[in-house]
Design a protein around this ligand. Structure first.
Ligand SMILES: Nc1nc2c(c(=O)[nH]1)N[C@H]1C(S)=C(S)[C@@H](COP(=O)(O)O)O[C@H]1N2
Ligand SMILES: [Mo]
Length: 209
């Protein structure tokens, strides 16, 4: 009796001291780093990789090759991430360029602000976000994870990181960010996932408030 009571305490999915208050509703903590991809892992060589930031109609306002992108100011960020399949991972460490930095450069080249953003990846994956959710130090295009170049299966060479929303918003293999006047559902959003995806309000599916 006593032993089973104790082991239940040890093995149950309970919030530890460090996780208290950090685990959104319905989530559990994992130490693994699961891979979730809707299709095959694209392999783009750094020689042909580029990144563009553009409006809907005009030509790309800003385009960076890999070496130009690496010359931009990089930041190291440590954040908790939350997948809609219910795992959360604490204190993940990334390095990359903030969306604010990219936007400032594109605006200097004539990009007009617009209220929505569509991230477009190699392989065709897309995800939509309000501009307000990727500005003000809330989103990055990251190129390293845990101090090493981002592995292809985790989105290398570069992925979006928007840690305050469910992790499907953090588009792997991202190549373009497009500012738009009107919101447009991305890949998972058009298959019934929530349009916004706030883990703290448990916005998993379209019907969730
Ligand atoms: N291009 C692309 N980005 C993607 C996905 C995808 O299938 N393709 N899956 C999303 C989902 S649902 C999650 S949970 C995370 C998983 O990232 P990981 O494989 O690095 O854990 O990537 C997101 N970004
Ligand atoms: Mo996910």
């Amino acid at each position: 009796m006593t032993e089973s009571f104790i082991s239940r305490g040890f093995h149950g999915r309970r919030q530890s001291g460090t996780s208290a208050g950090r685990l959104p509703p319905g989530q559990y903590e994992t130490r693994d780093f699961p891979v979730l991809s809707a299709g095959p892992t694209p392999r783009t060589s750094l020689a042909t990789w580029d990144f563009t930031l553009r409006g809907e109609r005009e030509a790309p306002a800003a385009r960076w090759t890999w070496s130009e992108f690496q010359a931009l100011p990089h930041e190291t960020v440590t954040r908790d991430i939350h997948c809609v399949t219910k795992w959360s991972k604490f204190d993940t460490v990334w390095e990359g360029v903030s969306f604010d930095t990219l936007l400032a450069e594109a605006e200097a080249h004539g990009l007009q602000p617009a209220p929505y953003v569509l991230a477009i990846s190699d392989g065709g994956y897309t995800t939509n976000l309000p501009l307000a959710d990727v500005t003000g130090g809330k989103a990055w295009v990251v190129v390293t994870y845990d101090g090493a170049p981002l592995a292809p299966e985790h989105g290398g060479p570069a992925r979006l990181l928007v840690p305050h929303l469910y992790f499907w918003k953090s588009a792997k293999w991202v190549r373009q960010l497009r500012l738009m006047e009107h919101d447009k559902p991305g890949f998972w959003e058009s298959f019934g996932y929530h349009n916004y995806g706030d883990p703290w309000r448990e916005q998993r599916y379209g019907g969730d408030t």
